[in-house]
Design a protein around this ligand. Structure first.
Ligand code: HAM
Length: 414
């Protein structure tokens, strides 16, 4: 029997990864322009890290953690997200009192029910700004989100934003919500009934219609946060409303426990049921929760598989592709030297070799199949005369015989 990959853990082949690389190179430019630097932390961490950060009552920890005992009987897990590991690393390096602008990327693991847009191994690219209190950093991160979307041509998205206040506001609201909902417990969806005890605020973003109808008459979160928090939220919306579709959504609480202050999520109707392709917010208490010093923090993570669904690469100019066709009884050292010199002369161009002694016809067919724009053809005669044939593969493209110097000049200026 053939061994299959695990459910929800797809392989990524070269044809899939072309888009990824394009996306990553665009993002690298955005991060560079914000002077944000990469950090790499392990995929495996102690289970305790996520219990104390993402939260024991969250779905991610409760139901979705890939956690197991290692050979030393320690409980470890595959990271379900990147934020906790980054904060653990900063605390471990005793750098909580410095400022950091960091980004990271890599696979995350959640034992979810696989479906379109929901995987068990998926990838995130995340950003964490550490050491900056509420204020300008919210503006900078929202403009980074807009910048990222613009850089890959995503126009139709909604940025939902909410303010979760401080711990006190969250606590008072949770209490009020529980007292309001308890008498109606039978009208709540089963899933929401269990949240009533474990994580009442998550009931707000329940997808169940019966729950949402009930909530209409319940306490409103905005009444529990301070006037200044409400004002901060409104100012943020006003600042960006001309740049994107940004909206206040008081039911946005996010599925991770560490947030306080501003939270946000970017959603697109083009993604179907799993419509969020980016989420984040402020989490000023996480460092202390993990045993570190107080550290202001705000960040977000992009779901790479989801955002790539929205990335239209059609109008992106690709570098020219040149097929390198060698025919006859050639000595590979000589022709490979020509190819090597061309690659050194201009490494932006893709020079595709076919590594076979097939006929000119069959190699030309391969060049067309591989979407080459041009081909260089070297037969015995050309090699003897230190020349190559340059052929433009477009419909009315012509063909010319060039010296090695001439082909190098052409190649540099392509
Ligand atoms: P999150 O909302 O759990 O936040 O995940 C961020 C994004 O990862 C989601 O918006 C979604 O696009 C993608 N994602 C999540 N689960 C899956 C899945 N099973 N399959 C495919 N994509 C998925 C966080 O993880 C926070 N650490 C973000 C953050 C950074 N907050 C502050 N800093």
């Amino acid at each position: 029997m053939k061994i299959q990959s695990l459910r929800g853990m797809p392989d990524l082949f070269p044809e899939d990864l072309e888009r990824w690389h394009l996306f990553e190179s665009k993002l690298a430019k955005v991060f560079n322009s914000f002077n944000t630097h990469q950090i790499r932390v392990p995929f495996l961490e102690s289970t305790e890290l996520f219990l104390r950060s993402v939260g024991g009552a969250s779905d991610i920890v409760n139901k979705e953690l890939y956690s197991f005992l290692d050979r030393n009987e320690e409980s470890i897990c595959l990271r379900p997200e990147g934020t906790a590991g980054v904060i653990r690393a900063i605390i471990q390096k005793k750098q909580e009192q410095e400022t950091h602008k960091l980004w990271y990327q890599g696979p995350m693991f959640r034992y979810e029910r696989p479906q379109k847009g929901r995987l068990r191994q998926f990838h995130q690219i995340g950003v964490e700004y550490l050491g900056f209190e509420e204020g300008i950093s919210e503006y900078e991160l929202i403009s980074m989100v807009i910048h990222i979307n613009q850089s890959i041509g995503i126009k139709d998205f909604t940025l939902k934003v909410n303010h979760l206040g401080d711990e006190q506001a969250k606590e008072s609201f949770s209490k009020a919500l529980v007292s309001f909902l308890k008498p109606h417990i039978d009208d709540l969806h089963e899933k929401d009934q269990s949240r009533l005890n474990s994580n009442p605020m998550r009931i707000l973003d329940s997808k169940e219609q019966s729950t949402q109808i009930l909530l209409e008459g319940g306490p409103k979160f905005q009444d529990f946060i301070s006037e200044s928090s409400n004002k901060f939220l409104q100012n943020l919306i006003d600042a960006f409303k001309d740049q994107c579709n940004i909206q206040i959504d008081h039911s946005l609480v996010r599925g991770l426990d560490y947030y306080s202050g501003i939270v946000f999520e970017a959603v697109s109707e083009d993604l179907g049921a799993q419509d969020a392709f980016l989420g984040g917010g402020r989490y000023d208490n996480l460092s202390q929760q993990l045993g570190g010093k107080q550290m202001h923090a705000i960040g977000f993570a992009i779901g790479v598989e989801r955002i790539l669904e929205l990335f239209n690469t059609q109008n992106i100019k690709q570098p020219p592709k040149v097929g390198f066709i060698v025919t006859g009884e050639q000595i590979p050292q000589k022709t490979s030297k020509i190819a090597q010199d061309l690659r050194v002369a201009n490494n932006k161009i893709i020079l595709q070799t076919f590594l076979s002694n097939g006929s000119l016809k069959s190699q030309l067919r391969k060049a067309n199949k591989n979407n080459c724009n041009f081909v260089i053809i070297i037969g015995d005669t050309e090699l003897k005369n230190e020349q190559v044939i340059w052929k433009d593969l477009s419909e009315d493209g012509d063909q010319e015989l060039l010296s090695l110097q001439e082909i190098t000049d052409k190649y540099i200026n392509l």
